[in-house]
Design a protein around this ligand. Structure first.
Ligand code: NAD
Length: 532
């Protein structure tokens, strides 16, 4: 097999050097045992002769899953030109008919939920339940978008002029660039691409360079739908590349909307480049999410939510609970409960039943984890439990860590930053809930927040104008695990974007106000006289 890999590297052909957990079969089911291309415009793959080949190994066991070719600037041009051509016809398809295509995509995803969920889990490292959940989220957004395809409506207004009528309508925008992060490697694409599609846009997806294989798989899954419906090339494209390709998209005036999900560092760069050309940027960036536990919290419920929020996806969700703001009256109780739960967390291969915590995406992320723990202790924080990089059988990759609990202060520099790993900071507060809310809001990020309390005054204060400043504010549920029906996104350094449910669709369209005169006079607005 070693020889096969060497030959493959030389020729650029892709191989899978093992069949642990039936991944070979998964790839076969998904039709991607040969991934010798850098982009796809829907029906065709291209960039087969590019020289830059990247090996993708699983963070779960370090084994090679496959190789992809990295797209060039020339490939990018090809994809954009094809997408521009496709837009000319796709925008003319009636929205409910576009919805019908999305309905078929949803059905295909139902068919492939199991293997795709498994590949998400194996390539990204989240446990299988979460991998399957991610595909379910894709299915849900398809259903949502199908309904939406009959509701892309604007308002009508009364004109101040006689025999005039005013209304607004929403038109397709054009090309939507989608830059996605590794931690939700496929769901974020679907939130964007399915809404964009019913809105009459065409999309170009640049998945994370850390998780390109699931993107290839998705493109294979929807290919049949495109072919069966004789749709043109370029409605859904994928381009495999790193930040450079994302940069081309950000700077490209032919791409009116760039939806970018990832770190705040990335968002600041992309936002600046898109802003400089006055394009639209939908930014979904880092979070630093907190749960407030007041003296009136149902602690049994709260602890379960805290555990899922803090260690689920090994702390690699944008909505991961990173800070726990606990009232002094219940602080010791909460601390003891967590101290008893943390060492019992089943950590291991995410495809193995019973494990709840998988690996971090790579050893760089592990370094980020250990560095943050060192830094917070240097600032005065106390590591209560966890923090080790696991080694020994099953942990040979160096990507598995023991989730950490740290007593800290909100103002510590380390606590103010998002470390994309399972570190939970315990922060004590005293006095009224307003003190807890101040701490919760006292960071630069503003994605998700929650309060556990059975006291109406406390929960309403948390939800009031003077309450949580986040895009998501929950009561008696944790910070992570949002449903697709609501608009998803956050304020401040989280970027201000909203995607998924509610009226998030509006950003994928251009709004037009129309005033019609069906009279015989030409009165001007504001009563202006301009007669010659
Ligand atoms: P990342 O910022 O390293 O990369 C995200 C994507 O941006 C990748 O596709 C990458 O190639 C691209 N990119 C990076 N620099 C770029 C540049 N200068 N120009 C154009 N594209 C560029 O993030 P990551 O490590 O993949 O993901 C983790 C981060 O994503 C965390 O901060 C997390 O909170 C955030 N995230 C946010 C949300 C949300 O909805 N708010 C959702 C998921 C992840």
């Amino acid at each position: 097999m070693k020889q096969a890999i060497e030959e493959a590297t030389a020729t650029g052909t892709d191989v899978i050097d093992h069949d642990h957990h039936g991944i070979r079969q998964v790839l076969q089911e998904l039709g991607i045992q040969e991934i010798n291309a850098a982009y796809s415009t829907g029906l065709q793959w291209g960039g087969e002769s590019n020289e830059q080949v990247r090996s993708i190994s699983s963070p779960t066991d370090g084994k090679l899953i496959g190789k992809v070719r990295m797209a060039t600037a020339q490939d990018y041009e090809q994809v954009v030109t094809t997408a521009q051509e496709a837009f000319k016809s796709w925008r003319l398809v009636p929205a409910p008919k576009r919805g019908e295509i999305v309905r078929q995509i949803g059905n295909k995803l139902r068919e492939y939920k199991e293997p795709l969920g498994k590949l998400v889990s194996y390539e990204m490292g989240k446990i299988l339940q979460e991998g399957l959940g991610e595909v379910q989220e894709m299915i849900d957004i398809c259903d949502f978008a199908v309904g939406l395809s009959r509701q892309l409506h604007g308002l009508t207004m009364h004109s101040e002029r006689p025999a005039h009528r005013m209304y607004e309508q929403y038109h397709p925008l054009g090309l939507v660039g989608i830059i996605s992060a590794f931690n939700f490697p496929v769901a974020v694409w679907s939130w964007n691409a399915m809404l964009a599609a019913v809105c009459g846009d065409v999309s170009i997806w640049k998945p994370s360079e850390k998780t390109p294989l699931v993107a290839v798989a998705v493109q294979h899954i929807i290919k049949d739908v495109l072919a069966e419906n004789e749709l043109p090339e370029g409605i859904f494209s994928v381009i495999i590349g790193d930040a450079e390709i994302g940069g081309l998209m950000a700077a490209d005036e032919r791409v009116p909307l760039v939806s970018a999900t990832g770190s705040t560092r990335m968002g600041k760069k992309v936002g600046a480049v898109v802003g400089a050309r006055l394009g639209k940027a939908l930014l979904e960036l880092g979070g630093n999410n907190a749960i407030i536990l007041t003296p009136h919290a149902d602690l049994d419920m709260a602890i379960r939510a805290v555990l899922f929020g803090a260690v689920g996806t090994a702390g690699q969700r944008c909505t991961t609970t990173r800070r726990l703001i606990i009232h002094e009256d219940v602080y010791e109780d909460v601390k003891q409960r967590l101290l008893s739960a943390y060492p019992k967390l089943p950590i291991g291969h995410p495809l193995q039943d019973g494990n709840l915590v998988g690996p971090l995406i790579d050893t760089d992320a592990v370094q980020g984890f250990t560095k943050a723990l060192e830094a917070v202790q240097a600032e005065g924080g106390t590591l209560l439990t966890g923090g080790q990089v696991l080694s020994g059988p099953g942990y040979e990759t160096g990507t598995y860590v023991q989730p950490a609990l740290v007593e800290a202060k909100n103002e510590y520099h380390t606590v103010q930053e998002e470390t994309f790993a399972p570190i939970l900071y315990l922060i004590k507060y005293s006095g009224g809930v307003e003190n807890a809310i101040e701490l919760q809001n006292g960071v630069r990020q503003g994605l998700s927040s929650s309060i556990f309390s059975l006291n109406l005054r406390e929960t309403e204060a948390f939800l009031s104008h003077a309450g949580s400043d986040c895009g998501i504010a929950n009561v008696n549920i944790g910070t992570s695990g949002a449903e697709i029906g609501g608009a998803f996104g956050g304020e401040k350094e989280t970027g201000g974007g909203r995607e998924s449910g509610s009226d998030a669709w509006r950003i994928y369209m251009r709004r037009q106000t129309n005033t019609l005169n069906f009279g015989t006079q030409l009165p001007l607005a504001q009563g202006i006289k301009f007669d010659i």
